[in-house]
Ligand binder design. Sequence first.
Ligand code: HAM
Length: 416
Amino acid sequence: MDKIKNIKGTKDIFGDDSYIWQYVEYAIHNFIQKYGYTEIRTPKFENSALFKRTIGNDTDIVSKEMYSWTDQGNNSLTLKPEVTASVVRAYIQHNLGKKNITNKLYYIDSLFRRERPQKGRYRQFEQFGIEAIGSKYPEQDSEVISLAYNFYKNLNIKNLSLKINNIGSRETRLKYKKELLNYLKPFSNKLTKTSQNRLKTNPLRILDTKIDFEIDIIKNCPKIIDFISKKDLDNFNKVLDFLQKSNIKYEIDHLLVRGLDYYSRTVFEIHTDVLGAQSALCGGGRYDYLIEELGGSPTPAVGFAAGIERLILALKLDHNKIIKRPDIYMITAGSQAVKFSIPIANDLRLKTGKIVINDMHRRSLKSQLKEANKFNAKYVIIIGSDEIEKGEVLIKDMKSGEQKNIEVKKIDAFFK
Ligand code: HAM
C-alpha cells in the first residue's frame, strides 16, 4: 500500500529540533513581554471575507495562495494566511479599544499560504508578531521596529539590515499611483505579464519586482516619499530620529511597498544575508485605516510579523545548551525492581524536578545501560534484588564513573 506522506511545504518537528523550537518560542514570549505586550490567540480559520477585505483581492495571497473551502453549512472559510486581520477582527469584536487606550498584543501562530515551497518558504509556517493598536505617534512606530530589531540582535543574528519607507496616506497613494502609471506606461510592453496586469490592478506592487530588467525600469521612477504630506514626513523623520538614537541602523528603501494592501505610512522589513533568496526575517508597518475598514472606529495601529522557520535557519545555537538530556535513567533487573523503581522515579520528578526515564521493555541490564548512554543520561540508578533487600539503590555518575549506594529515603537529598 502507498504510504501517506505529509503535504508539500509542511513539516514534522521532533527530536532535537523540538528543543530548538521550544527555546525559540520561550525567547519570543520572554522578549516581547518585556515591552508590555500580552498574548492573543485567534482561531486557525476565519470567514474568507475577512482576508479578502483586509489583505486585498489583487494581492498574491488572496488571488492565488489561500486555502479556502465551503463547509457543510455553505460558509466560505479560509485557513489563516496571516494574523493581523484576525487580531483586528478580535479587537473590534471584543471592544478592546474601550478597555485600553493602546492594546499591545502579540502572537505565535501557524499560517497557511499555497506558495512555491523552497528554503525559507513553506505552505504551513509559523510566525510571531506584535500589533500595537491605538497610538498614531512616531514613538509607537519606533517601539515596534526596535522591538523586532533588538530581538534579532539579542539572539546574535548577524548582518541585519533594516529597510524602511513611508507610503503615506490613502490620498498620497492615489496621487502617487497616477504618477507611477504615467512613468510606467511608456515601458508597458516591456514589462512581464504579471506586471502588465498589476498596471491595471495594483501598480505599486510592480515596485516589488525581483526581475532584473524591471528593476532597471523602476530605478528612476518617482518616489512615493516625495508625495507624502508635511505631517507624515515630519512624523517619519521623528521615527528615523528615534531609531538613530537607539543605535539602530536603517536604510530608506523607496521601493519597499509590502505585499498586503492594508498598509499606510511607515513600512519596514528586516533582512539578513544568511538566508539566501528568502532573506526577509520580518515585515510590518502601520495600518491606520484597517480598523475603520472592518467596521471599528478609526484607530491608528502598527505591527510586524516574523517567520520562525527563517529565524531558526539564521540562528547559530549551541545545541548542547538547548537540548535537554535525561538527568537519570533507572536501570532495573527483573519485575520486582521495576515495581520498586517506579515510586522512586515519581518522587524524584516531583521533589527534585529531574528528568527521569524508566525502561519499559524489561530488557537486560546491558541494553538499558546502552540506552542510558545513547540518551546521554547524567546518572543511572541501578536496582537489583540486593538493592531491594537493603532498601537502597546504586547511583552511577556517567561522566566520572563514580558509584555510590544510597538509602532510598536519601535519594532526593542526593539530587537536590
Ligand atoms: P508578511 O510579510 O506576509 O507580513 O510575513 C511576515 C514574515 O513571515 C515574512 O517576513 C517571513 O519571515 C514570514 N513568511 C511569510 N510567508 C512565509 C512562508 N510562506 N514561509 C515561511 N515564512 C514566511 C505579514 O504577515 C503581516 N501580517 C505582518 C504585519 C503584522 N504587519 C502588520 N502587523
